[in-house]
Design a protein. Structure first.
Length: 390
């Protein structure tokens, strides 16, 4: 089999790329090791920048998003028992959208089913070959047979643990990483959100975040040690700890209920450079991971996909390779700005176990400065709602 673009990974990045390329008349095949049911069931982030919303609408998968999304004009920071609202819309002219990544995944899968895109689920032992030649190959096992696809280009959208990044020689790729000494214990529940906007809380017992997926489904997070065992947490223990950390007026109106899902996610900052090796292009989590504090993971993946779509479309319509040649630098300029912001938000809101008394007092001073300075709040707002695609 031959296709113009072979895509590894059928998460949001891979499926959005396939959708945009398909609309542009570029042929592609998607390989995915997981089952469709697994992909639909994954619990992931749910805060979308306007650029992400625009891209999904352009891809023809925005109808349900526009009907069901929640629009947030602001966000709250809480510390020392008090809540402080940052008016995102007034400060930046933009808003953010709440719409779960699982819903984005479902919308893309439904669109591809209607479009007839060639997606191979449960593709085993996927491997990449001939990346520096003019006809790279994807090889995989399915149904007891070995299959091979020749491509013009390969897009690695298979996440942090995928095979695409590993196909780049170690003497070519550079890794930048910061692993944090804590994780997020997350709970999903069919309860109304405690607030109509997100609340980020810095507390002496650790960070907490109150967010939501809809007006009837809430998502809450607690900072816990990186090696925390989720089995040690009952629903009652989670709700009790959350009430301890969030401001008293929020705790007083918090609605509790049984958890639908509870899990621990480690926090890390990670960037692999470059995002191109020969005919292979990395996009999304295969190339970079950000702490969820800044809500940038999915949004960065969508920006990568948009840039790669523009580059591939230009190549196939005009024969020009300038956008392909500049893809890595263009993406990395945005990635590092998002890394900086996510790292800053994490340091601002979390309690680091190794922090000295000086560092804790400096963190308190920065929080106090932030809520008293319009200039500081504008900087936060501009980054939180998403910088221009560029």
């Amino acid at each position: 089999m031959h296709t113009q673009v072979g895509i590894v990974g059928a998460g949001p990045a891979g499926l959005l790329l396939a959708r945009l390329l398909g609309l542009a008349g570029v042929s592609c095949v998607v390989l995915e090791k997981r089952t469709p049911d697994y992909l639909r069931a994954r619990i992931r982030a749910g805060l979308l920048e306007q650029g992400t919303v625009d891209t999904l609408v352009d891809a023809g998968v925005g109808d349900r998003l526009m009907r069901e999304r929640l629009i947030h004009d602001g966000v709250e920071l809480a510390f020392d028992g008090r809540r402080h609202r940052i008016d995102l819309k007034a400060l930046s002219g933009k808003v953010v959208t709440i719409y779960g990544q699982a819903e984005v995944q479902a919308d893309l899968m439904d669109a591809h089913a209607a479009m007839g895109t060639e997606i191979v689920y449960e593709a085993e032992d996927v491997s990449l070959h001939g990346l520096t030649g003019d006809k790279p190959r994807l090889r995989y096992h399915k149904g007891g047979q070995t299959h091979e696809i020749t491509c013009d280009f390969i897009a690695g959208c298979d996440g942090f643990h995928g095979v695409s990044r590993q196909a780049i020689p170690q003497d070519v790729i550079r890794i930048y990483e910061r692993v944090y000494p804590f994780g997020w214990l997350g709970m999903l529940s069919d309860t109304p959100p405690v607030n109509h906007e997100l609340i980020y809380t810095n507390h002496e017992r650790g960070f907490a975040l109150c967010t939501m997926r809809s007006l009837t489904r809430s998502r809450y997070y607690l900072q816990v040690p990186a090696d925390e065992d989720v089995g040690d947490w009952s629903d009652d223990r989670f709700w009790t700890e959350l009430k301890r950390r969030i401001p008293a007026d929020a705790a007083a109106v918090l609605k509790t209920g049984p958890s639908l899902e509870m899990s621990v996610a480690p926090l890390r900052s990670f960037v692999a450079e470059p995002l191109r090796y020969g005919r292979l292009f990395l996009a999304g989590d295969s190339a970079h991971i950000v702490p969820p504090t800044g809500a940038k993971g999915l949004n960065l993946a969508v920006a990568d996909v948009r840039f790669l779509t523009e580059a591939l479309t230009r190549f196939y319509t005009s024969g020009r390779s300038d956008l392909l040649d500049g893809y890595s630098d263009r993406c990395l300029a945005r990635v590092w700005k998002a890394q900086r912001f996510s790292w800053w938000m994490t340091n601002l809101t979390h309690r680091f176990p190794e922090a000295l008394p000086f560092e804790r007092r400096a963190q308190s001073a920065e929080l106090a400065y932030l809520v008293s300075s319009q200039a500081a709040q504008t900087t936060l707002a501009e980054n939180y709602v998403g910088l221009a695609l560029g």
